[in-house]
Design a protein around this ligand. Structure first.
Ligand code: HEC
Length: 128
């Protein structure tokens, strides 16, 4: 009888673990810019394919108009390059001291998104 109870307990634990595993799989699907365990930063980082979609989703809403929030006007390659090269882009998303943490009032950018942007900056902020 006791052995049977232990088996039931194990079955319940197993089910709970299994359901949790499924939950995390779905979370990855819900946040497509976070590529999950694999963060591909190989090769030359593309502004149009990788960097711009991240900025579009997390920054442009407040920084598009002339004189956008904090006087930072993003949304064009030329403007994104300026804050890429002067250090403000990476400083703000990595919450480095001396910079105002961005996105303001939002979640910290995923480490993968940060790595993508860092790679683009260290590659010289190419228009590619
Ligand atoms: C909800 C609106 C909002 C979003 C979204 C947002 N920002 Fe900002 N941002 C602001 C405001 C407001 C300021 C001015 C803050 C201040 O001066 O205290 C600012 C300031 C800045 C500055 C100037 C910081 C400095 O040190 O001079 C940079 C750079 C910046 N944002 C980059 C970004 C980036 C990159 C993203 C996307 C990851 C982003 N922001 C998303 C509202 C936003």
């Amino acid at each position: 009888m006791k052995k049977k109870n232990i088996l039931y307990l194990l079955l319940i634990f197993g089910t709970v673990l299994f359901i949790n595993a499924c939950y995390y799989d779905k979370a990855d699907l819900l946040y497509p810019t976070n590529t999950g365990a694999v963060c591909d930063t190989a090769g030359v980082m593309s502004y149009s394919l990788r960097v711009k979609p991240i900025l579009q989703a997390q920054c442009y809403s407040c920084h598009t108009a002339t004189g956008g929030s904090g006087n930072i006007n993003m949304s064009s390659y030329a403007n994104d390059k300026i804050i890429g090269l002067n250090g403000k882009l990476y400083g703000s998303i990595s919450h480095a001291s001396g910079f105002i943490a961005m996105p303001q009032g939002g979640n910290t950018m995923s480490s993968c998104d940060q790595a993508v942007i860092k790679k683009w900056i260290t590659g010289g902020c190419l228009n590619n």
